[in-house]
Write a protein that binds this ligand. Structure first.
Ligand code: PGA
Length: 255
């Protein structure tokens, strides 16, 4: 039985005040919730502060990106060993905003996956098609290509304990989520695709949905057999809204 994971991606939002306030709110809202793993990914600058504010809670710390190098002359970067050092566990890679604004390639993202595994961290690999690709009927081709770049670099075994987040780009921050049926079809495709390499790992791998998940659509999305929680952007910036999503995931898998 897979344990769902709901993770908040704060993106470029935060301040010292906001980090403490939001985490205090989340701890209160989620103190009695079991049956769902929870993580938050604040901006890198606030990770240490967030780690302290999370001490003693069940909420894990995540990060939004990582560099492909461990140390050296790479101005502005954050390494996997640094993330490990400060206590982050779930590291988002390949987010569409990184792919678009920083022109990150499938191969570059595969290197990030490899370095995270090497450091014992959990990659949260984001994949998904653009609106144009969706309309051209290329959703499966794009998702397969994005996963294959990683499979070919690290092998299917590396997906053991890793997380995939299917995030159709057209659904991110638009308020236009994929329908539960649409998302389920792609999640099943992704799981079947990995199963061609390793059926046991395909069954275990967590596949989150991401893209305009909110309190109103979470329950129906999580009712789908291949949707194991969510990567949440906008709705993760409010403790009560995020808590509703976490509780929906916990309830779905208990039912
Ligand atoms: P959203 O973002 O929930 O605001 O659509 C999701 C994401 O980018 O991970």
């Amino acid at each position: 039985m897979r344990h769902p994971l709901v993770m908040g991606n704060w993106k470029l939002n935060g301040s010292t005040h906001m980090v403490n306030e939001l985490i205090t709110g989340l701890r209160k809202e989620l103190s009695s919730v079991t049956g769902c793993d929870v993580a938050i990914a604040p901006p890198a600058l606030y990770l240490s502060q967030a780690k302290q504010a999370l001490a003693g809670s069940r909420i894990a710390l995540g990060a939004q990106d990582v560099d492909v190098n461990l140390s050296g002359a790479f101005t502005g970067e954050t390494s996997a060993s640094m993330l490990k050092d400060i206590g982050a566990e779930y590291i988002i890679i390949g987010h569409s905003e990184r792919r678009t604004y920083h022109r990150e390639s499938d191969e570059f993202i595969a290197k990030k996956f490899a370095i995270l595994k090497q450091q014992g961290l959990i990659p949260v690999l984001c994949i998904g098609e653009t609106e144009q690709e969706n309309e051209a009927g290329q959703t499966e081709t794009v998702c397969a290509r994005q996963i294959d770049a990683v499979l070919n670099t690290v092998g299917a075994e590396a997906f053991q304990g890793a997380v995939i987040a299917y995030e159709p780009v057209w659904a991110i921050g638009t308020g236009k989520s994929a329908t539960p049926a649409q998302a389920q079809a792609v999640h099943k495709f992704i799981r079947d695709h990995i199963a061609q390499k390793d059926a046991v790992i395909a069954k275990q791998v967590i596949i989150q949905y991401g893209g305009s998940v909110n309190a109103d659509n979470a329950t129906e999305l999580f009712a789908q057999p291949d949707i194991d929680g969510a990567l949440v952007g906008g709705a993760s910036l409010k403790a009560d809204a995020f808590a509703v999503i976490v509780k929906a995931a916990a309830a779905a898998k208990k039912a």
